[in-house]
Ligand binder design. Structure first.
Ligand SMILES: [Zn+2]
Length: 149
């Protein structure tokens, strides 16, 4: 990943934390990064309103400005599950033969098993701006697209 994609990918963690805070959306269904463009797709049981989406971005950018740390813990899978439970996982499973996990933590905000590269301080992300969002009722998926600026 080049440095813009490291920032965009890191923004996904911040955005997920904000989505959990505002919507209580727990499960990530998929993620996408291409340069400064990112998309977070969440499993969610209803269509949110515009106000909720703008709250998510407000909270995410507030967290970015705080300069929160990205902490990475390398743990045995069993140990990680015991310590953090299923919060470390997304809807797409990690293959069972992976025995060691990198747990990426923004303290009090987001925790996720992830082996990609991250910034060390949320301020390095810059700012995230909503591109568009849509809710797919049949699949109960909320897609939030954004750009890092
Ligand atoms: Zn990550």
């Amino acid at each position: 990943m080049d440095s813009i994609e490291i920032r965009t990918h890191s923004a996904l963690h911040v955005l997920k934390g904000a989505s959990k805070k505002i919507l209580n959306a727990k499960w990530t269904a998929s993620t996408y990064v291409n340069g400064p463009h990112g998309r977070l797709t969440l499993k969610f049981d209803r269509k949110p309103n515009e106000e909720e989406i703008s709250q998510i971005f407000k909270e995410a950018n507030k967290k970015i400005l705080e300069g929160a740390s990205f902490i990475v813990e390398k743990l045995q899978r069993e140990e990680a599950e015991k310590k953090y439970g299923d919060e470390i996982y997304d809807l797409f499973p990690i293959p069972p033969d992976i025995k060691e996990l990198y747990i990426v933590i923004i303290p009090g905000w987001n925790i996720n098993a992830c082996n990609k590269q991250h910034v060390s301080d949320t301020r390095e992300i810059g700012e995230i701006k909503l591109d568009h969002w849509r809710y797919r009722n049949a699949k109960q998926l909320l897609e939030i697209s954004f750009n890092v600026i």
